[in-house]
Design a binder for this molecule. Structure first.
Ligand code: DOR
Ligand code: ZN
Length: 425
């Protein structure tokens, strides 16, 4: 039995923001009570959370764990250890592995590896098309049976409107969300950053903001046609956000996520350093301003990391040749505090919602801090000073633009099924 004592318990699912004690027994929450009321009995392990926030376990909708097939960049073991350090208790793993998670055997492999080697829970996402090649629809029914929580061809968009319609029709009958990496490849092809003054200055090929918005517009129409649940991954532009806002006001089941790097950095921050290369690329200043607004007003449903490890041998090359993607788990919460909460743009409860109730709702799930619920908790500080040092990361990769950055506040402990899987020292 474990008691989390004297924390500031924040749970957007129950509109709670109050001091309290939490008793954990057998992987579940046994009791939530007044501060100082539990933890006196002998035989109870006590975690003193005085001065800390105790939140429901954070859920990351968008992560690349690279197993099977790209284990020199990450494994389920190393990736989930990094996730635990970031305060995540659940990570949804994208299917662009090798082989692609496009059938039940790969889904089961991911779940088995997570069971055997994982530090936090792994919820796999299945491919929309066979090999994510955009030709034939994947075996969605089999994967659903095996345990996928959503469908995506992430890394690429679903290739055509026709296939996207078919996938949405199918997913609607299984009540699975379709997660779209929104990119019109004919507009984006060959580009390595966002098109604009910054790309001109650097002489790097840019993709226009419209590359994303055109695909979002296509998919919103198809969501209306099919009645499917559509979720836009790593939304980065003002125009795309406007599409989502309008879709929501039309009553469509359309949701979106934003990454910490897109609400923190912009195209003007890009140099020839490949740690600033990701897809979608860092956007314009006005896009970032729109994302901050969307995070505050409810248009954005979740913060997701798009944790995308690439080993140094692949990533430490010229900007043009480097793969897209950066690490995300360990800096996500600290960036959210820095950009959203400390400047007063979002309330703390709203920020916690974007890491918990928001992503869970997209998957059609709910969790709360209440007796009988799984004991998954994220404990964090609002003011602790620390420096992110990527060389200390359990990840196998080092591709973070935030290496060496000083933060105020961040994860202190992560609890999965009642076990403390990470504790800052
Ligand atoms: O930056 C990215 N990296 N964007 C993607 O869509 C894919 C991801 C990856 O797999 O590395
Ligand atoms: Zn993507």
């Amino acid at each position: 039995m474990l008691v989390i004592k004297n924390g500031r318990v924040i749970d957007p699912a129950t509109h709670t923001d109050a001091p309290g004690d939490i008793l954990i027994d057998g992987g579940k929450i046994a009791e939530v009570a007044e501060p100082g009321s539990l933890g006196r009995d002998p035989g109870r392990e006590v975690f003193d959370a005085t001065g800390l926030v105790v939140a429901p376990g954070f859920v990351d909708l968008h992560a690349h764990l690279r197993e099977p097939g790209q284990e020199s960049s990450e494994t389920i073991e190393t990736g989930t250890r990094a996730a635990a350090r970031g305060g995540f208790t659940v990570v949804c793993s994208m299917p662009n592995t090798n082989p692609v998670n496009d059938n039940a055997a790969v889904t089961r492999f991911v779940l088995d590896r997570a069971e055997a080697t994982g530090t936090v829970r792994v919820w796999p996402i299945g491919a929309a098309s066979v090999g994510s090649r955009g030709e034939a629809i994947a075996e969605i029914a089999g994967m659903k049976e095996a345990g996928i929580v959503a469908v995506s061809d992430d890394g690429k968009p679903i290739s055509t409107a026709k296939l996207a319609r078919q996938v949405m029709d199918y997913c609607r009958s299984f009540d699975l969300p379709v997660i779209e990496h929104a990119e019109d490849v004919s507009l984006a092809g060959g580009a390595v950053m966002r098109e604009g003054v910054a790309s001109l200055r650097l002489g790097l090929r840019g993709m226009p903001a419209a590359a994303e918005a055109v695909c979002v517009a296509r998919d919103v129409e198809l969501a209306e046609l099919t009645g499917a649940r559509l979720h836009i991954a790593h939304l980065s532009s003002k125009a795309s956000l406007e599409q989502v806002r309008r879709a929501k006001s039309r009553g469509l089941r359309v949701t979106c996520e934003v990454t910490p790097h897109h609400f923190t950095l912009i195209d003007e921050d890009v140099s020839y350093d490949s740690r600033f290369k990701m897809n979608p690329p860092l956007a314009a200043r006005e896009d970032r301003a729109a994302l901050l607004e969307g995070l505050a007003d409810g248009t954005v449903d979740a913060i997701a990391t798009d944790h995308a490890p690439h080993e140094p041998a692949l990533k430490d090359v010229e900007f043009d040749r480097a793969p897209f993607g950066i690490l995300g788990f360990e800096t996500a919460l600290a960036l959210a505090l820095e950009q959203l909460v400390h400047p007063g743009r979002l309330s703390l409860v709203r920020m916690v919602e974007l890491f918990t109730r928001g992503p869970l709702g997209i998957l059609g799930r709910e969790r709360k801090i209440a007796a009988g619920q799984p004991a998954d908790l994220t404990i964090f500080s609002l003011d602790r000073a620390w420096t992110y040092q990527v060389e200390r990361s359990p990840s196998k990769s080092r591709n973070s633009p935030f290496d060496g950055k000083k933060f105020k506040g961040g994860p202190v402990a992560t609890i999965v099924a009642g076990r403390v899987v990470y504790r800052a020292n």
